[in-house]
Ligand binder design. Structure first.
Ligand SMILES: Cc1cc2nc3c(=O)[nH]c(=O)nc-3n(C[C@H](O)[C@H](O)[C@H](O)COP(=O)(O)OP(=O)(O)OC[C@H]3O[C@@H](n4cnc5c(N)ncnc54)[C@H](O)[C@@H]3O)c2cc1C
Length: 475
């Protein structure tokens, strides 16, 4: 094997591995290096997303939701079960097996596309060389025409909440609990905190979420956020807003969490505490002196809109650069860069990146919130359609939530679509495509949607923006 490549990718997560595959599809020689090590000591491609993020969390969200539905909903359908028991060991085995299959799949994709996958650490040296310390202990230097940095992110650790991996844990640890904690504390009501809180609440924990901000989901459309808050409360998630955590201290087999809110200082005792206060770009031991790659004040690798760093032929993609920390954003950046390196067209529309929160009901959106549109001063109209009026949602026993379409009054362009309800994460794809093509509400209105489907909610919300909804009263 030659040590010279057209492209060397450092990091094999959802930003790095698609970059490697697309570069190989573009007939370039490619190596992709990744140092991810699982708890059992095995190396795996796939990064945070496949090993400790998107995929394992969704596996547990699905299983725990089925558990709740079996207990609380199946009777309504006329499906009678005997006593329902939780087999957490089996649930965790399934989660681990999905992760293993998915991460193993990357090896197969690399092979099929001719990407050389290397387990180990990569460090960028000046002159587009990459020093590799492989998992077998060997070291070598690769020469690359282009280097793509995709080293991802790591959880933010608070010194006042000292992580021990046992009682005070991060999101990865919280996906691998082998027993349901009786009392679970979660610091941070962001996407990760809400998803993990939901999993363990469904499985029986008393969950308290401490959020420093005075409102829930400040980054989402507030109509949707308020609706979500109502559902979370009903599900028994105790979300304390405006609660600033001062410290967490392990006391025997429990954790004392001290926080303050408008009423003063309080202490909450929990059996496990998950710190989910955000993630930071990960660049540890990634860049040697003199590479010319610069970091911004928050530690992200500085890039332009096409992910070029300040160093010639060095690119950076995914969580380690600005923008939302989302797997699909990183993937598209990786693909764009691999195309640009090969001399092809490559671009990414940062205005149309969907966000999804996989709670029940699910929450998904794309484009601007109503608050953002209002602040922009552009006259707008809003159409809302409740899932309570959707025959399919009713048939699914999921008639909660709504679809909301926001469009410009002047030229009818769709500016934002927000959904809280069944399979919102799937439904939002239609809105993403519509907005990618600068669709108007009229475009969606004139598009035939199959009946009865959940997607009719988007159709009806677009109609409602012009007070033309058929299956709901126009207001
Ligand atoms: C609990 C949780 C749930 C999430 N759920 C979702 C979701 O549902 N949808 C979504 O879009 N996003 C989700 N995310 C976020 C998503 O995981 C990240 O946005 C995504 O993984 C970023 O991809 P990346 O390739 O940039 O970085 P990463 O996935 O972090 O991958 C970077 C890889 O680079 C390796 N690496 C770093 N430095 C080096 C080096 N010097 N040498 C070799 N290898 C190196 C790391 O070991 C890692 O494998 C979730 C995150 C968490 C924690």
């Amino acid at each position: 094997m030659s040590d010279a490549y057209d492209v060397v990718v450092i990091g094999g997560g959802p930003a790095g591995y698609p970059a490697a595959i697309r570069a190989a599809q573009n007939k370039l020689t490619v190596a992709c290096i990744d140092e991810w090590k699982n708890r059992d000591g095995s190396y795996a491609f796939g990064g945070t997303c496949l090993n400790a993020g998107c995929i394992p969390s969704k596996a547990l969200l699905e299983s725990s939701e089925l558990y709740v539905r079996a207990k609380e909903e199946f009777g309504t359908h006329g499906v009678k079960l005997g006593s329902i028991e939780l087999d957490l060991a089996q649930m965790q085995k399934r989660r681990a097996s999905i992760v293993k299959t998915m991460t193993g799949g990357i090896g197969a994709l690399f092979k099929a596309n001719g990407v050389v996958g290397i387990s180990g650490h990569g460090r960028l040296l000046p002159g587009n060389q990459v020093l590799v310390k492989a998992s077998d202990g060997s070291e070598k230097t690769l020469q690359a025409k282009d280097v793509i940095l995709a080293s991802g992110s790591a959880p933010i650790r608070l010194s006042t909440v000292p992580h021990d991996g046992e009682l005070i844990v991060d999101s990865w640890d919280a996906l691998e609990f082998d027993a349901v904690p009786r009392r679970l504390g979660v610091i941070g009501a962001g996407v990760i905190g809400l998803e993990l809180g939901s999993v363990w609440r469904r499985l029986g924990s008393e969950v308290t979420v401490l959020e420093a901000l005075p409102e829930l989901l400040t980054f989402a459309d507030q109509t949707i956020a308020k609706e979500a808050q109502r559902h979370f409360k009903k599900q028994g998630l105790d979300i304390k807003l405006g609660a600033k955590v001062a410290r967490a201290v392990v006391k025997g087999s429990a954790v004392d969490v001290t926080y303050s809110d408008a009423q003063g200082e309080h202490t909450l005792q929990v059996d496990k505490l998950v710190a989910a206060v955000g993630r930071r770009p990960f660049t540890q031991d990634l860049l040697a002196e003199g590479t010319g790659v610069a970091l911004d004040p928050r530690g992200f690798i500085q890039v332009d809109e096409h992910c070029r760093t300040g160093a010639a032929h060095v690119w950076a993609v995914g969580d380690v650069v600005r923008g939302p920390m989302l797997a699909h954003k990183g993937k598209e950046e990786g693909v764009m860069v691999a195309d640009l390196i090969a001399g092809h067209y490559g671009d990414l529309n940062y205005k149309v990146i969907p966000s999804v929160i996989y709670t029940a009901p699910e929450i998904a959106w794309v484009g601007q919130t109503e608050e953002q549109v209002k602040a922009s001063g552009r006259p707008y109209k809003v159409g809302v359609f409740p899932f309570a009026a959707s025959g399919r949602a009713r048939a699914m026993e999921a008639g909660q939530g709504m679809a909301k379409v926001i469009a410009a009054k002047d030229d009818d362009e769709v500016l934002g679509v927000h959904v809280i309800g069944p399979l919102a994460g799937e439904l939002i794809a239609e809105a993403v495509l519509a907005m990618e093509y600068s669709a108007s509400t009229e475009d969606i209105q004139r598009t035939i949607h199959a009946h009865p489907t959940l997607s009719e909610a988007i159709h009806e919300a677009a109609l409602a923006a012009d007070k033309k909804a058929i299956d709901a009263i126009n207001r």
